[in-house]
Design a protein around this ligand. Structure first.
Ligand code: AMP
Length: 411
């Protein structure tokens, strides 16, 4: 199928062309025609499937007809980063149209957001808390909204936003169109869909399972104290592009970031205690290639679209299988391939069983020959990059992988 078979106007088709999209992704192919009919959509799709355009394109098509300078579409997203990303998509896709959007989230001053709102905009992309704030301040009136999108509804549920979402629903007209997206369907989400959607068309892209373009590997290890050294060894011998390393807590993210920096790796960090500006700098820097490695916690990194991530490393095992899917959804995006590496402690085996049952196969184990798994003392010795070792050990990994990893010179 081609985009021009989707009855989208020429301005949208030109913008799609400028973005380099050749053909609709499966979710776009299925969801866009339904949404264009004005029907409710329940989209069950993991991240990286192109779901942002699958709701932004029908919204922009709808808004191309009718009044301007009225709030006609509302997109609710769980994290500031995701809201900002959707906002950027909206800007790119509407570049040939007079449609304006604004992103609304906390952690930054209200002033700029209020100034933009006062100019008159058509689309609000918001996180629930700040949106309710501005509704309370009388700055936002949602009575003219025609379409609502709830993106990553399962993440909103995890983050405790469902009561806020239900409160926001009360400010919206009753008969609006709703486009609802989630990667997983916990019970609370099922209930919410039953309460708010009207005869939705369910659009499911594959089974809810990790992306097929990702190869999974386990790196068993006996003690948590060996993890940093194992990671450094992994970097020495592995050909990688952009890498995201997940830790369980903010504190562990900060600590690992600092350890990797000391080891002269080109690394940045994303964790919940950082200011919005610092978070955005990290994401932008990583996206643009200023950094090779991003150390992140789950909450800080949900929904972020970072292209061409070659490896997701579970430095710490996630808490749930849903988190595993979300994490590894950062790689293998939009037809690219990627690797998901998990450092596995003996106590992680329970969750591993569930992950493997979801994948439908056993994840192969990998051991690094050059790593001393029995070391008991962690030294502060700086790692040295051993090119010869990298060449030898690359033989047991994927063939014909270019070594893209840019190392700083080791002092
Ligand atoms: P999303 O799931 O919306 O976060 O999209 C994941 C990535 O796929 C983003 O980098 C999009 O720019 C990209 N993308 C979305 N639609 C298409 C398409 N039709 N063709 C190629 N890439 C796409």
């Amino acid at each position: 199928m081609k985009f021009n078979e989707l009855t989208l106007n020429k301005k949208l088709l030109s913008a799609i062309n400028d973005m380099g999209y050749d053909n609709p992704t499966p979710i776009q192919e299925k969801a866009i025609p339904i949404a264009l009919q004005g029907e409710d959509v329940l989209g069950l799709a993991q991240t990286g499937t192109g779901k942002t355009a699958s709701f932004m394109l029908p919204i922009l098509e709808k808004l191309s007809k009718g009044p301007l300078k009225k709030i006609r579409a509302l997109v609710i997203a769980p994290t500031r980063e995701l809201a900002e990303q959707i906002h950027q998509s909206s800007i790119s896709l509407s570049k040939y149209m007079p449609i304006q959007s604004v992103s609304i989230y906390g952690g930054v001053s209200k002033y700029g957001q209020i100034k933009t709102l006062k100019k008159g905009i058509e689309i609000i992309i918001a996180c629930p808390g700040r949106l309710l704030d501005l509704i309370g301040d009388g700055v936002i009136n949602l009575s003219s909204v025609e379409v609502l999108v709830l993106d990553e509804a399962d993440t909103m549920c995890d983050m405790g936003f469902l009561p806020d979402v239900r409160r926001i629903m009360k400010y919206l007209p009753k008969d609006i169109q709703i486009l609802f997206f989630a990667a997983t369907m916990p019970d609370e989400i099922k209930e919410l869909t039953e309460d708010i959607l009207h005869n939705p068309h369910t659009v499911q892209i594959g089974k809810i399972e990790p992306a097929k373009t990702v190869a999974h590997y386990l790196y068993p290890i006996k003690s948590v104290s060996l993890k940093t050294n194992l990671l450094l060894e992994f970097f020495k011998i592995t050909a990688t592009g952009k890498v995201i390393v997940f830790t369980r807590t903010k504190h562990r993210a900060k600590r690992l970031w600092s350890d990797l920096e000391s080891a002269k790796l080109n690394v940045t960090v994303l964790q919940g205690n950082m200011s919005q500006n610092r978070r955005q700098q990290s994401i932008n820097g990583f996206q643009r290639g200023k950094y090779d490695i991003l150390v992140a916690t789950d909450m800080a990194s949900r929904g972020i679209d970072i292209s061409e991530v070659s490896h997701v490393i579970n430095f710490d095992m996630p808490s749930t299988t849903d988190d595993y899917i979300h994490r590894i959804g950062r790689t293998g995006r939009a037809e690219n391939t990627g690797e998901a590496v998990t450092f596995l402690l003996p106590q992680d085996k329970k969750l591993l069983v569930k992950i493997e049952s979801l994948l439908g196969y056993k994840i192969p184990e990998q051991y690094i020959d050059s790593f001393d798994y029995n070391q008991s003392i962690i030294t502060n010795k700086k790692p040295t990059f051993n090119k010869e070792l990298a060449k030898v050990n690359n033989n047991y990994r994927k063939p014909n992988r270019k070594f893209q990893y840019k190392k700083k010179s080791i002092s």
